[in-house]
Design a protein around this ligand. Structure first.
Ligand code: ZN
Length: 159
């Protein structure tokens, strides 16, 4: 059976950046289950997996545009230091801010006595992703799984 829309897929994956740093991996953990075509994975990886079958081994490099997007300057803001009531603001701290209609996780990237720079880009924005993927199982997703948008049972949601 090939991977097409609404197929439930079980796979092992290993993700590194261009410097070989491991960003995420299922090695030593349980494999990942997802439903193809429901936006569970980044678009570039779904595209690469389309049409593949059990036993397929992929080594693919996904560009930022097909992964977590490019870095957007408009999401980097300088905020007056006195707008923060937290006692200590440090580079690397993350918190949620309300920007218009959406909540966005921002990371503190610079702190001076007058200003705090916050970056609302995804930490992997602008980063090409190198995936090694092994397809372990492919089956039809059930109507219930499609309604929930995730896989149930072994390797999936237990509820
Ligand atoms: Zn469910």
């Amino acid at each position: 059976m090939q991977i097409t829309a609404k197929k439930a897929v079980v796979m092992n994956y290993h993700l590194t950046d261009d410097h070989g740093k491991i960003l995420d991996s299922s090695r030593g953990r349980k494999p990942l289950s997802y439903i193809q075509g429901m936006g569970n994975l980044i678009p570039g990886l779904e595209k690469e997996l389309e049409g593949k079958a059990v036993g397929a081994n992929l080594k693919v490099r996904i560009k930022p545009e097909e992964a977590y997007g490019v870095k957007e300057d408009r999401l980097v803001q300088k905020v007056p230091r006195n707008q923060f009531d937290a006692g200590e603001i440090k580079v690397g701290m993350q918190f949620e801010v309300n920007q218009g209609d959406e909540y966005r996780v921002v990371t503190v990237t610079e702190v001076t006595t007058a200003e705090v720079t916050i970056d609302g880009n995804h930490p992997l924005a602008g980063v090409p992703l190198n995936f090694e993927v092994e397809v372990i199982a492919v089956r039809e997703a059930s109507a219930e799984e499609i309604a929930h948008g995730h896989v149930h049972g072994e390797h999936g949601h237990q509820h």
